[in-house]
Design a protein around this ligand. Sequence first.
Ligand SMILES: C[S@@+](CC[C@H](N)C(=O)[O-])C[C@H]1O[C@@H](n2cnc3c(N)ncnc32)[C@H](O)[C@@H]1O
Length: 290
Amino acid sequence: MVSPPSTHASYQLVRVAGGASAVYAAAYAEKMHPGAGPAAEAEALHVRQLQVAERLRAATGEFVIWDVGLGAAANAIAVLRATRELSCPLRLISFDNTLEPLRFALQHQEALGYVHPYGPALQALAETGQLRFTDGAHDVSWQLQLGDFPAWLAAPQLSGVPAPHAIMFDAFSPARNPAMWTLPLFTNLFQALDPERPCNLATYSRSTMIRVTLLLAGFFVGRGGAAGMKEETTVAANTLKLIAAPLDHRWLERARRSDCAEPLCASTYSRAALATESWIKLQSHRQFNP
Ligand SMILES: C[S@@+](CC[C@H](N)C(=O)[O-])C[C@H]1O[C@@H](n2cnc3c(N)ncnc32)[C@H](O)[C@@H]1O
């Protein structure tokens, strides 16, 4: 059970099922990390599924993570916490179109619980948009890309931002935040990857529509583990080697029968069965034709 927000401010503190405090965004009428709470959910959904610690341990140079939807920074902080004893340098690039939830988190550090000891780093990020610091055994470079993520991705050159090794994709839901879940966005995201740099992406959505969208954008896609209230999530990557449980032909058949599988092509939410053209493209995806 979740306690309802108590005021009508843009961002509010709410208590979620596990007893942790989380942030509610009134504009979207949604909570960030609604299930197990920010720290536990960020750890289960992003840090563990993306194998962040294992991959940093094996990396030879800087490891780049795109944090899409910085929000109240729970995902970013979970990465910092999980990697601080590793020597590999970390480059964190956080995207959002507003700093309001970050400022809200800074004002409610104690209640949220997960911010300490990264309050000063968050403050510096909010004030200057980038910082470098030594955290435990490694150097961290943290950069903020403030603005509309779909528009930034669609730009011909990505302003010197390096291609990621991992992506934490954490927008609000497709129904409330459709601009962040379109096929053009994920197509541009896939094209922004370096084909020579293995990259995985985790997201809480397990919907057929989002999985079809990722596949048609070029990703390999698999079932992700449980996280928060979700018994299953989604992991995608530009190599099958980073997918533990790839979607199979049985999933493909279910997608064909689904009444909500066709990707969004614009920033309006809609539900539709797969179009013939999408079905043809899906069947010929490398994942189903090894
Ligand atoms: C679910 S919240 C992210 C929670 C965050 N990852 C955390 O750990 O606290 C989604 C975030 O996506 C951001 N967002 C929504 N639409 C966006 C857009 N078009 N461009 C960039 N960011 C966007 C919102 O402002 C919000 O902070």
